[in-house]
Design a protein around this ligand. Sequence first.
Ligand code: 5GP
Length: 205
Amino acid sequence: MSKGFLLVLSGPSGSGKGTVSEALMKENDEIIYSTSITTRTPRPNEVDGENYFFRTIDEFETMVKNDELLEHAFVHTNYYGTPKEFVFNEIDKGEIVLLEIDVQGALQIKEKYKEAVFIFLLPPTMDELKSRIVKRGTESEEDINTRFSNAFKELDFVGEYDYFVVNAEVSQAVEDIENIIAAEKLRVKRHKDIKEKVMGKEKLN
Ligand code: 5GP
């Protein structure tokens, strides 16, 4: 059986990571979303335990101290991190675990987990990116500017990723990611018993 693996999806704020991930998971039961922990204030329709585990800075620091996070980073103006135990349990079960995280977190994962797959989601243009952040209407003007200037910095890291996907049409972006997953599942390094499987009960004398 193919082992589970980490699928890391990054991209600047407004690239549509949330929308693309949601559509991807709707069509693919085998992909499990890793809900992150954050110290950010919830947006109006966000639910604790669903979009994020919303925690205080003290609680977050305790988790870091107890080594409960796979990676963590200070993004824009808040802390974000990935719960370690959940991710490992799912991978052991053979699942593909989707981490929607920033470039700092992705680089930490890259150092530690060689078998993870890294995808960078791009907007069609930076003008489109800004208009998406403004249209979302959930951030203050100051926050919009921070996110937009961080977007330029994050683009410098695209070379660290295995694949890029342009999110002009959500359905096309989802299809591109599905194709990446299909190819990744066929990587020889993810299978230890290819020869045995083909041989079946046949044995050469
Ligand atoms: P937002 O506040 O818009 O939900 O997320 C802001 C940024 O934090 C996004 O780039 C998002 O991918 C990133 N992020 C969310 N969860 C995590 C996490 O667990 N770790 C890291 N490193 N970044 C995260």
